[in-house]
Design a protein around this ligand. Sequence first.
Ligand SMILES: Cc1cc2nc3c(=O)[nH]c(=O)nc-3n(C[C@H](O)[C@H](O)[C@H](O)COP(=O)(O)OP(=O)(O)OC[C@H]3O[C@@H](n4cnc5c(N)ncnc54)[C@H](O)[C@@H]3O)c2cc1C
Length: 364
Amino acid sequence: MVVIGAGQAGLSTAYHLRRRGLRPFEDFVVLDGDAAPGGAWQHRPSSLTMAMVHGFHELPGAPLPPLAPLLPARDVLPGYFAAYERDNELPVLRPVAVTSVRSESPAPDARLLVQSGSGREWSARALVNATGTWTRPFVPRYPGAERFRGRMLHSSAYRGPEEFRGMGTVLVVGGGASAVQILAETAAVARTLWVTRTPPVFRDDPFVPQELGRAAVAMVEERVRAGLPPRSVVSVTGLPPSPALLLARERGALHRLPMFERITEDGVVWLDGHAEHVDAIVWATGFRAAVGHLALLGLREPGGGIRMDGTRAARDPRVHLVGYGPSASTIGANRAGRAAAVAVDRYLKTTAAPSAPALAALPS
Ligand SMILES: Cc1cc2nc3c(=O)[nH]c(=O)nc-3n(C[C@H](O)[C@H](O)[C@H](O)COP(=O)(O)OP(=O)(O)OC[C@H]3O[C@@H](n4cnc5c(N)ncnc54)[C@H](O)[C@@H]3O)c2cc1C
């Protein structure tokens, strides 16, 4: 069998597959598109320090060593992930970006053919997809965006506030933790404006109260069970008083405006005609699930999402998705990895051809 992606969700799955007796490289392999360990953490801006990472859950069975809170997460966590892969002898191959997965035949338990960009191909009886969202930044469409002459970027391309120093006004779009962090930092070097679709809800409690966390997960769970695309949980959990939020408030950067109506060559205009000149627009508008390589399996529902039954794709018992929808957090990824490993192990032992190899590398 094949796991696609070696972030928190993929490594948790691999760890539990090993514990259940699946043999690295013989029974399963983890294909990862990045050149180095660490999943999405290696790409985060260096200004995201460990102190700013909230609620990070360690990988299963591997306590995080005491960490300096001021070190960037992108420097700390990839080392921790690399040691985890090594210590647990996880069969990660990289860089291997999977470009497509198709079924060998229409039979419900046919083998899955997993194709990579380099031309290497694997045949597997089951698949756990753990590709996260980092490779699919989402920018909503607003009229006039193509005419804007200033700097426009998604938060995934943000490398810290320095590039905005000396600029007139930087507009940040989005109501989540990334927007708040970018505002906090950028307000020290430029004038900032903040726009969000719905008014932000500020929470007093730094920790997500249990019932709120559960409600957020339940909301996303319900969407994926109905075959709708998953949604961000921030709309339910609100914004906690994180160090970034307190700094943004202190710097006067939290005066939120509603969404503008259109973008002009040098700014934005609201429905009531109010206009602002802006020099840069940062879209902190989130990500979508990176599942395009699964298109040939026909997992999508008319609602646009993949209907899920636990971690299993409802339309295909060979396919599990972890770190998707309700499990898109570090704790969710841990739990989903375990659940998927248990279910896949059971599937391999009970489907029509239990003696067929779970994995085979095909000649390229
Ligand atoms: C800015 C930011 C801050 C966050 N902070 C926190 C936090 O403080 N606490 C928290 O709990 N969560 C946080 N999250 C969410 C958290 O990052 C995720 O829930 C979790 O780390 C994602 O793990 P993952 O394994 O699902 O995905 P990723 O870490 O993105 O790993 C996916 C892996 O799949 C690989 N991949 C992708 N496509 C392919 C392909 N086609 N073929 C092969 N490999 C592929 C990638 O190379 C990558 O290694 C944050 C998210 C963001 C964006």
